[in-house]
Design a protein around this ligand. Structure first.
Ligand code: COA
Length: 326
């Protein structure tokens, strides 16, 4: 069967930095609480004139440049987002003309923080089936517009950003070795936005009750996150006939540094081998894995041939693992 390769990765982070000390000024919270409980020091906040598809388009251009491909080479655009420009049409459709991809198929996927790994896995199938030569997968989020800035249980955790990858039928590295996806909708209400869909259409009452914002049961999610990310990794390694020792780097979804520490212990991977940049970006949902990945590449940490475990967890609940040989 044909192979699929990650040919290039791109990112974009908005200019404005918002620190924990900035949150202290407007909310009953502290730098100490946020840093100790989550590992976050600061996050990026998009400019008023930006929308999610702008962030995604910047990251997509960066990924195409890194891959050495032009818009004419791209066969399909997939956007993973939990903070779309609009519910209709998709953010991928808003992004498409910004990238000169008019006429090419484009769609969104809704898998929250697992969206980028879900997107890579979908792209992998199109490439391996011979339907596409180059698929652009974008994870773009503007969570600052989906959260209640007065709800300290969630707003201090989130940030804005975007990442992208070109998944290609050809490459001299970056081969996708395997992937596993999971979801369990019985936990949907642990992280959700109650109103704005068919369950509860927008009304004066939904706005007054602040039902158009994300709401989260953080400590319940915490326990499930560690177990599910460890389990999906073991499943994938078993399928590939590999042991934990086969992982050179974990590039995880950046939700909480304590979740990542527990995960590293469970998988017996040394902490220095976990790519962590939550300190500077917070939780950027579908953008977090490519933001961490590109940063580790720029820092020269990742060498050709290293095996990279991308592992995610998020609303849905969704969780997934992808293994890449760089
Ligand atoms: N600043 C100060 N205090 C805060 C606070 C904030 N921003 N947010 C909550 N608190 C308070 C709570 O009110 C509570 O106070 P109480 O003990 O007086 O009732 C106390 O801190 C502990 O709250 P709790 O929610 O139990 O904290 P925690 O240790 O579980 O940390 C999270 C909260 C959200 C950081 C943590 O649960 C987490 O990261 N969960 C996973 C998030 C996740 O994975 N998200 C989705 C996947 S993408």
């Amino acid at each position: 069967m044909a192979e699929a390769y990650i040919k290039g990765i791109g990112t974009y982070a908005p200019q404005r930095v918002m620190t924990n000390f900035d949150w202290e000024k407007v909310l009953d919270t502290s730098n100490e609480w946020i840093l100790q409980r989550t590992g976050i020091r600061e996050r990026r906040i998009a400019a008023p004139e930006e929308v999610t598809s702008d962030l995604g388009a910047q990251a997509a251009r960066d990924a195409m440049e890194a891959a050495g491909v032009s818009p004419g080479d791209i066969d399909l655009l997939i956007c993973a987002t939990a903070s779309p420009d609009t519910l209709l049409p998709s953010t991928a459709c808003w992004m498409q003309p910004k990238l000169g991809l008019e006429g090419k198929p484009a769609f969104d996927i809704s898998a929250a923080c697992s969206g980028f790994a879900y997107g890579l896995t979908i792209a992998e199938q199109f490439v391996k089936a011979g339907k596409c030569n180059n698929v652009l997968v974008v994870g773009a989020e503007m969570l600052s517009r989906m959260m209640d800035w007065e709800d300290r249980s969630i707003c201090v955790l989130l940030g804005d950003g975007a990442g992208a990858a070109v998944v290609s039928s050809e490459g001299d590295g970056g081969r996708i070795l395997g992937s596993r996806l999971h979801a369990d909708g019985t936990y949907a209400e642990l992280l959700w936005m109650p109103a704005g869909g068919t369950r509860m259409p927008a009304s004066h009452e939904t706005v007054e009750k602040k039902l158009h914002y994300y709401t989260m049961k953080g400590n319940e999610l915490f326990k499930i996150a560690v177990k599910s990310m460890a389990d999906v990794t073991r499943e994938l390694l078993e399928e590939l006939g590999m042991e934990d020792e086969g992982i050179d780097w974990i590039i995880p979804h950046q939700a909480n540094v304590r979740i990542l520490q527990s995960l590293a212990r469970r998988l017996r991977v040394p902490w220095e081998r976990v790519v962590v940049n939550i300190e500077r970006y917070g939780n950027t949902s579908a953008a977090s894995v490519p933001l961490a990945w590109k940063e580790a590449l720029s820092q020269g940490k990742i060498q050709r041939g290293d095996r990279l475990l991308l592992v995610t967890f998020g609303g849905g609940l969704t969780w997934s693992a992808v293994l890449v040989e760089w």
